[in-house]
Design a binder for this molecule. Structure first.
Ligand code: MG
Ligand code: MG
Length: 259
């Protein structure tokens, strides 16, 4: 969910120790529990503000801090982005309806280390096209995660994501990308969801990334609403967002944002 212009391109990712990754694993478990709790709470008639309250309870229960709250003034602990909203939706009075899709992005800090993950779900009975968008976007995330192996190059992630999304007839958002993560939520370098024209840094054990494809049914162009946060598809088409925080290990990718 990081705006592309924020970071320079050629910065080597940090390598984290086993102790640091253990803390990120704990942050990741909190994020996974936020996913579970908001997923169970999301149904027709419920507001996105209620989902934020549910997520806050999970953070409080674990004594974890929010990395979203007050980030550049963001007023909540999760982002809730329905239908043609891509990312960064502010939870509030929006009431979920049967047939909606809703992207829920959650983050947590444990002992100074960050986790960050997102998913999109259907509310009640959704269209075949919406269901296919969700399936393809999640599949594109896992295709990207598969690339996070020592000896591989970082931008193989974006190449794999883009291939899955575009083969399905969808498009990947360019203006917002994934990122390295550790003692800050958004660290350098960026992780684009497309092939940026170069292979990027060599992957080594201890590097940790948030991979987060944003996939649109229509074109990739985005517009931001007057609230300064809500990013929409320019053509009004549906959009989905799936994200995990993943460590590169000798044994391959380890997804940290799991229960
Ligand atoms: Mg992220
Ligand atoms: Mg996120």
């Amino acid at each position: 969910m990081l705006p592309v212009e924020v970071l320079p391109v050629e910065v080597l990712p940090m390598r984290r120790s086993a102790e640091e990754i253990a803390k990120m694993r704990r942050a990741g478990k909190v994020v996974a529990e936020m996913h579970q709790a908001t997923r169970e709470a999301a149904r027709p008639g419920v507001t996105t503000g209620h989902l934020d309250a549910v997520a806050r309870q999970v953070l409080d229960r674990h004594g974890a801090r929010s990395n979203f709250l007050n980030y550049r003034g963001f007023p909540a602990v999760i982002c809730t982005s329905p239908n043609d909203m891509i990312v960064h939706g502010i939870p509030g009075s929006y009431v979920l309806r049967d047939g909606d899709i809703i992207s829920i992005d959650c983050g947590a800090i444990v002992e100074g280390y960050h986790g960050d993950a997102a998913f999109t779900m259907g509310i009640g009975d959704i269209s075949d096209e919406a269901r296919r968008l969700l399936q393809v976007t999640e599949r594109s995330l896992w295709a990207g995660i598969e690339q996070l192996r020592p000896g591989n190059r970082l931008h193989e992630v974006g190449r794999a994501v883009q291939q899955v999304a575009e083969q399905a007839g969808f498009s990947v958002v360019r203006e917002y990308v994934g990122h390295a993560i550790g003692t800050a939520m958004h660290e350098e370098p960026q992780v684009p969801n497309y092939w940026p024209g170069n292979p990027g840094p060599l992957l080594k054990p201890g590097m940790v990334f948030a991979v987060e494809p944003m996939v649109n049914v229509g074109g990739p162009a985005t517009v931001t609403l007057e609230d300064g946060w809500s990013v929409m598809t320019a053509d009004g088409s549906l959009s989905a967002h799936f994200e995990h925080t993943i460590a590169v290990t000798d044994d391959g990718p380890e997804v940290l944002t799991v229960p």
